[in-house]
Design a protein around this ligand. Structure first.
Ligand code: 5CU
Length: 380
């Protein structure tokens, strides 16, 4: 694909019909429930988090229907979407069912992406992140089979993963064969939160979902990624490609503090080949943070990792290059819909405007974040 001006959405979710059917059958979280409204009409609600406001989020066709995704893309000038199953993936299933469903859902997703647009007059394209059956008790062979299947699916460019691993988090050595297989296959891991952090932190006031979504989700990503760094995963698998949701949460802001804490801890310090800030430059981050100042800050932090581009720690050298090359536009569709009906979603417009208005970004930087970086990363 020649053009660098294409807009690519790397953070956009769906529930495939097979997955939505499963949620409809369930009586415990996660589930889809049907409510009868006062006027007698039925509406479906998605209940995936504890204490969902209003008993669940309205879940319409935008979560499931491909034409809805394409219409959304058309309304926002998006040329390519790399779609992924939304949380909580297969986390709640037993290993056997998770394994079976992961293979079926990756097949479903390949078909969803490969059967072409049906919105006339457009040339939009769909790619996907497949799913691993990454649940407690699953065998390594089942996980490797899922990686092989994703790798063999021409429209699947990586996989989406939560933070629990096979029960002990992502810094569990049991996952080493999986990181090896993913790296070897050239797939990208899209790391996405679901659990947040302990709800005791949120106090007793009713703040709806604001605290878990605005702070809990990004902190979960921050902690999971930091644990990966501390476990030496990026030293053992230097070609592992990790794309972090929500611009990496608080990790960019905390990276120098992290480096300092490591320096003062001989056990961890001796485990790692590089200063902690080096590893930030190995990451990819979505540009879903809603403000130009935040985007600019994150890209400066990523660019700074160049200074730690040496095997010896504490060496500050090397020039400045733009960290924007590791940032990729996302919408989070179908989450955060406008509160009143509107073709263009405020949440999406804010993220596009943020890219346009980062101080110091060139047109090339902006075009890269809007689409060029994704085209290179995913070889689209
Ligand atoms: O912000 C987000 O990414 C999300 C998500 O993916 N799932 C969800 O339940 N709420 C917000």
């Amino acid at each position: 694909m020649a053009s660098k001006r294409l807009v690519v959405d790397v953070h956009t979710h769906l529930y495939l019909p097979r997955y939505a059917s499963l949620l409809r059958e369930r009586t415990t979280l996660p589930k889809i429930i049907t409510r009868t409204r006062d006027d007698g009409r039925k509406d479906e609600r998605l209940v995936i988090l504890k204490d969902e406001p209003s008993g669940g989020r309205p879940i319409g066709p935008s979560y499931v229907e491909r034409d809805e995704k394409l219409t959304f893309m058309k309304n926002h000038g998006i040329d390519i979407s790399i779609v992924s199953t939304a949380n909580p993936w297969l986390d709640f299933l037993q290993p056997k069912e998770a394994h079976r469903l992961s293979l079926q859902l990756s097949d479903d997703l390949e078909e969803y992406c490969s059967t072409g647009p049906t919105v006339t007059g457009t040339s939009m394209q769909l790619y996907g992140f497949g799913l691993l059956p990454i649940v407690s008790g699953i065998s390594t062979e089942s996980l490797l089979e899922a990686v092989r299947q994703i790798s063999a699916s021409s429209h699947l460019k990586g996989l989406i993963m939560g933070t629990r691993g096979v029960g002990k988090g992502l810094d569990d050595e049991a996952l080493d064969p999986i990181w090896a297989a993913i790296s070897e296959a050239g797939l990208t891991v899209f790391l996405h939160p679901h659990y947040g952090i302990s709800e005791e932190s949120w106090g007793e006031k009713n703040n709806g979902h604001v605290l878990p979504l605005a702070l809990g989700f990004p902190m979960e990503t921050t902690i999971a990624t930091t644990r990966l760094i501390l476990s030496g995963v990026f030293d053992r698998f230097p070609s592992l490609r990790l794309l972090l949701a929500h611009s990496g949460g608080a990790l960019p802001q905390l990276s120098s503090r992290l480096a300092s804490c490591i320096d003062h801890d001989p056990i961890v310090a001796s485990r790692l080949k590089h200063d902690a800030r080096f590893y930030l430059g190995k990451l990819y981050l979505d540009a879903v943070c809603y403000g130009p100042e935040e985007l600019g800050f994150v890209s400066d932090i990523i660019a700074r990792s160049n200074r730690y581009e040496t095997s010896s720690k504490n060496v500050a050298s090397g020039g400045r290059s733009s960290g924007s090359g590791r940032m990729l536009f996302g919408t989070d569709h179908p989450f955060f819909p406008p509160l009143s009906s509107s073709e263009r979603w405020k949440s999406v417009v804010e993220n596009l405007d943020a890219i346009e208005n980062v101080q110091g970004w060139t047109e090339a930087d902006k075009n890269g974040v809007k689409g060029g970086n994704a085209i290179s990363l995913f070889n689209l």
